[in-house]
Design a protein around this ligand. Structure first.
Ligand code: SAM
Length: 251
């Protein structure tokens, strides 16, 4: 039997498994104030469309209550869309980073959503939530940053009620041949300098583009979702495979 790995990827570097979370936290601590602006600039607004597709797929009931958990939810984008989709829906944003949550709370206040969206600090690998307590679980552009991905998926399974829906939105390394060369050139030559211009630091965005290349391929990731216990696992590549939406049900 092979021993559990003690190291992992942090972008193109190998780091101790226990050191990765601290490095990730530093990245989001640095960019929190400019995170939303950078998302719009680097994706030309496409991240909004990808998040809309995910929330539509979630099937939030229009009027019945729906308890939703958005993990690594950062500044609240997905949670705001979930509560907009159903008049009796409520959402909890759970993120490990206090700076990202602070921005999220401010944005919720500005939108008058303070009552319907709660913000809690916690780790995707050990959620501060009761078993079977949510109807839906999403994680958008978050799971790539979590050191122990399988553990986070196991936690998603634990906190969902039987019949609950999991959706994972993430950048994918399975980009269409032909597009991949243009995308690589854009990623490595444009995004880090843009990050430096907007946030004053290129490093967090160098980590972003590297970490995408190290994320498991779509089918491998779908296998991890099944391993966590989810059924009817499906994958939907979008925008030439740049992102992938992976879904599953706790049945
Ligand atoms: N979901 C948001 C969105 O799509 O705009 C934010 C995504 S941002 C790229 C990644 C988020 O993952 C950050 O807010 C970061 O703090 C959070 N994160 C990283 N590791 C985490 C962990 N182990 N548990 C919970 N959140 C984590």
């Amino acid at each position: 039997m092979s021993a559990a790995p003690t190291d992992t990827d942090f972008g193109f570097r190998r780091v101790d498994l226990d050191a990765k979370q601290g490095l990730v936290d530093e990245v989001f601590h640095k960019v929190a104030g400019r995170y939303d602006l950078m998302n719009d600039l680097m994706s030309a607004g496409l991240h909004r469309v990808w998040k809309d597709v995910m929330v539509t797929r979630l099937g939030v009931p229009k009027q019945r209550p729906f308890r939703h958990l958005d993990v690594a939810g950062g500044t609240g984008d997905v949670a705001f869309k979930v509560v907009a989709a159903g008049s009796a829906a409520s959402a909890t944003v759970c993120d490990i980073n206090g700076e990202m949550l602070k921005v999220g709370r401010e944005r919720a206040g500005q939108r008058g959503l303070g009552e319907r969206v709660a913000f809690i600090q916690g780790n995707a690998e050990a959620l501060p939530c009761l078993a079977s307590s949510f109807d839906g679980y999403t994680i958008a552009f978050g799971i790539r940053n979590v050191p122990r991905i399988q553990q986070a998926l196991d936690e998603a399974f634990r906190v969902l009620r039987p019949g609950g829906r999991l959706l994972v939105l993430e950048f994918s390394p399975d980009v269409l041949p032909g597009l991949d060369r243009v995308y690589d050139a854009y990623s490595f030559n444009v995004i880090p300098p843009m990050g430096r211009m907007v946030t004053g630091d290129a490093e967090p965005y160098q980590y972003l583009v590297e970490s995408i290349r190290k994320f498991p391929r779509n089918e491998t990731f779908a296998g991890m979702v099944r391993k966590a216990g989810f059924s009817r696992v499906d994958i939907t590549p979008m925008t030439g495979g740049i992102v992938c939406l992976t879904g599953g049900w706790k049945l």
